[in-house]
Design a protein around this ligand. Structure first.
Ligand SMILES: Cc1ncc(COP(=O)(O)O)c(C=O)c1O
Length: 369
């Protein structure tokens, strides 16, 4: 960056690096928790039909409030929700940003429990919100007592809970969410980007919304709907929260094509669920196989797995990359995160890790004993 631009930049942004996993071209990319299955022909046909119907009217701005899409999202979630409870944006990242724009900001605080989704502190910084990291237990779990204590101590305007958590993969039980809500005077945002992959769907905070006007559940079509490229995220909350977000959203933030494509994908939600089931199986295969090798693996309710037992996680990351497999080095000592892939991709990852174990036993804790 030139000195001149550096001087003009906000002080709190100087010297900072942009978010982003490396986008390296490899045969097996399992590093960004995407859905491994491309949309099948039938889904492509339905989405195309929706897009085509809207193409001719691209001279007009889209529905600013995305009412039809919100209606479809409410129908998808069920649980007695209606269009007034739903809001949609360009990915759940934009949903989270809008929440911080409306409820965070200068002289306000957001609280999170790291390691968790790394965009939460970055979005806080971008909106001028202070971010407090209340941490987790040594095994990265989170319990009701710790959460309630941290919220009582810091009295945040916005609390972020992530369930299933990224990068650990484990879902919260509902007692943790209700404890957070009861201890808080502010907004409690449950980021459920991976909810559809959970082993037990009853843990979703969607069921806790009635009577809790400060509770917000953030979701995305990026993962379960295999729609990461379309950028569609949404939330469910009290209608007053949705009204508040309309104060900060850009006019026409969600393009007519995005809205149309999302409605097409929602029409195919049952079909897309098959991909979720296949990925759940691959995730469980990774968990079972790595555990059978004696590696510590966190329980996963997501489409990825956090595993440990590595003496040098970056060296293992590199060895896997040398074998054409890209996983995520999330900067946690001795651990790596891998996304569940197709059956072939998952086998490719397991084979590459097994070969690394055989050729470089010194990189694995087990081998030292
Ligand atoms: C926990 C969590 N929340 C939100 C997101 C953002 O997803 P998107 O903006 O694609 O909806 C991600 C993406 O990986 C995530 O892991």
């Amino acid at each position: 960056m030139s000195d001149e631009i550096h001087r003009l930049l906000r002080e709190d942004l100087r010297g900072k690096r942009p978010y982003g996993a490396p986008q390296i071209q490899v045969p097996i990319a399992l590093n960004t928790n995407e859905n491994a299955y491309p949309l099948d022909d039938e889904v492509v046909a339905v989405v195309s039909r929706h897009l085509e119907q809207r193409l001719r009217n691209l001279n007009r701005y889209p529905d600013r409030d995305a009412v039809d899409l919100r209606h479809d999202l409410a129908k998808y979630l069920g649980a007695g929700l209606s269009v007034d409870n739903l809001w949609a944006a360009n990915g759940s990242n934009e949903i989270l940003q809008q929440l911080l724009q409306a409820f965070g900001g200068p002289n306000r605080t957001a609280l999170g429990f790291m390691p968790s989704y790394s965009m939460h502190p970055l979005l806080a910084r971008g909106t001028g919100t202070d971010f407090v990291d209340a941490g987790r237990r040594a095994d990265y779990s989170l319990d009701a007592e710790h959460v309630a204590q941290a919220i009582t101590a810091h009295d945040p305007d916005v609390t972020f809970l992530v369930s299933p958590n990224n990068p650990t993969g484990t879902a919260l039980t509902t007692d943790v969410i209700t404890a957070a809500y009861d201890a808080s005077h502010g907004l409690v945002v449950v980021d459920e980007a991976y909810a559809e992959f959970a082993r037990d769907s009853s843990h979703s905070a969607i069921h806790l919304l009635p009577g809790r006007s400060r509770l917000v559940v953030s979701r995305t079509m990026s993962k379960a709907f295999a729609f990461a490229g379309a950028r569609v995220g949404y939330l469910a909350a009290d209608p007053a929260v949705v009204e508040a977000l309309q104060l900060v959203r850009l006019p026409y933030h969600l393009s007519a094509l995005t809205q149309a494509a999302a409605r097409g994908a929602l029409e195919c939600s049952e079909q897309l669920q098959h991909g979720v089931e296949r990925l759940r199986r691959e995730r469980d295969r990774i968990v079972d196989t790595l555990r059978s090798w004696g590696l510590p693996v966190a329980d996963s309710d997501a489409n990825f797995v956090l595993f440990g037992g590595l003496t040098d996680s970056h060296a293992v990351w590199q060895k896997l990359l040398d074998r054409g497999v890209l996983v995520r080095d999330i900067g946690l000592d001795g651990r790596l995160r891998v996304t569940a892939g197709t059956e072939t991709e998952t086998t490719g990852f397991l084979d590459a890790l097994d070969s690394t174990r055989n050729e470089n036993p010194e990189l694995f804790v087990e081998a030292e004993q």
